[in-house]
Design a protein around this ligand. Structure first.
Ligand code: SAH
Length: 397
């Protein structure tokens, strides 16, 4: 029998939590003196002791846990998890039926009713990501539920939380067929090599699917494309397949070179005809400016925070400066694809960064299109703050 702890919700937070806000913010509840174990079921009540919701305790960023249900009688068991996963999978019926896309998210945390848990599918293999020790304590029930709902070739997992403050390198295999990596997945007819058992990341960020498609279909033909913070070069692959005359991929990580070569190779693209640079993007900007290089399309997709020996970069603070550097090497009428996954600011704020960068550069611009999370990355109704992805296609005038 799981432990249940009653938590008092502060008056100012009762309404939101009653109406559907899924995150249990640290400030929203009276934290008892005795510490609560990760994975404890919490019963949220108002000051009068009236029931509001049931959730679990699991520390993750700003929250101490997530609401799981607002039905007092609900049990948090295999049946509960199976229902949530089944409903989520049914909402992805179009993705399951797709012939040219074989990797997508079938369960997106709070958007599908269980914060801290995501499930992706890669060509029949399921990858489960756990974002707190608390949610991980439900592991057995969740895997039993998953097996009831889907027919997995194999299951892998990522623990995206620290145990005693440390990231633990781990074997990510859980059950079923042992994958042979790289595994090749399809996305709108493009191939991508992924590895489900190689550290924190898989080789592809599925949330950028629609952006890759737009880049390939509408912005690449006969263009020179610069892909900064390129990781495994997924945007470069999309551009090359869309008919770009050249792609330049820039990433600091040494592994980005073999990984990018691999992504080109699995698409039948001669990687030797593409430029792949292992270097600091900020050094590349000065190099390109010094040499008078200009690109028709520049992709900017930095990590929220980056630290090098010389500097630290945070998107919340430094995005205007980064954009300014990009504007300086973008051709007239060229397009900058500006992206960020920093959840600490919204699209409106992001657009103020864009506006500032262009004002500081004495240039005009036009927003051509914008993207947020794709359909399979469902977010809770009425709470746009959980849609962290912001991508804006900007034409330099
Ligand atoms: N745009 C990529 C994902 C980027 S992930 C895609 O869609 O697949 C962020 C990447 O930025 C990482 O690969 C990391 O190595 C790289 N990076 C971080 N700081 C950097 C810097 N200063 N210069 C170049 N690359 C950097």
């Amino acid at each position: 029998m799981t432990n249940i702890v009653e938590l008092y919700v502060k008056d100012t937070f009762v309404k939101e939590l009653t109406n559907g806000y899924p995150l249990i913010l640290k400030d929203a509840v009276e934290i008892p003196e005795v510490s609560i174990a990760e994975g404890t079921i919490v019963r949220l009540v108002n000051k009068q002791g009236q029931y509001i919701a049931t959730g679990y305790y699991g520390v993750q960023n700003k929250g101490i846990g997530w609401v799981l249900t607002r039905k007092e009688k609900s049990q948090i068991d295999v049946k509960f998890f199976a229902k949530k996963i089944r409903e989520a999978a049914e909402k992805r019926a179009d993705f399951y039926a797709s012939e040219d896309t074989t990797a997508f998210r079938i369960f997106n945390g709070e958007g599908d009713g269980i914060g801290g848990l995501t499930i992706d599918i890669f060509n029949g293999f399921y990858m489960v990501s756990w974002y707190s020790e608390g949610i991980y304590s439900f592991r057995e029930d969740v895997y039993t539920a998953l097996a009831e709902v889907v027919n997995a070739r194999g299951v892998y997992e990522k623990k995206r939380f620290n145990v005693n403050g440390q990231y633990v390198e781990q074997d990510d295999y859980v059950s079923g067929e042992v994958g042979e990596f790289p595994l090749i997945i399809q996305e709108n007819g493009m191939n991508f090599a992924v590895d489900l058992n190689d550290g924190a990341m898989t080789g592809i960020f599925l949330d950028q699917r629609n952006v890759r498609k737009a880049l390939r279909d509408n912005y690449s033909l006969d263009k020179t494309v610069l892909n900064t913070f390129s990781y495994t070069g997924a945007f470069s692959v999309a551009a090359a397949l869309g008919g770009a005359v050249s792609t330049t991929s820039v990433d600091l990580a040494k592994r980005s070179l073999p990984k990018t070569i691999e992504q080109f190779a699995v698409n039948g693209i001669d990687y030797e005809s593409q430029d792949i640079k292992v270097m600091n993007v900020f050094d590349y900007f000065s190099y390109a400016a010094r040499h008078g290089l200009q690109f028709d399309v520049v992709v900017l997709d930095p990590p929220s925070f980056a630290r090098t020996k010389k500097m630290t970069f945070s998107t919340a603070k430094d995005y205007p400066k980064l954009l300014k550097d990009a504007i300086a090497i973008t051709a007239d009428k060229g397009v900058i694809i500006a992206s960020t996954n920093n959840a600490s600011f919204n699209m409106k704020k992001f657009k103020t960064f864009i506006d500032k960068a262009f004002k500081d550069s004495n240039k005009r611009y036009k927003i051509l299109e914008q993207h947020q999370l794709p359909e399979d990355f469902r977010t809770p109704h009425n709470y746009p703050e959980f849609d962290y992805l912001k991508v804006v296609f900007i034409q330099v005038m």
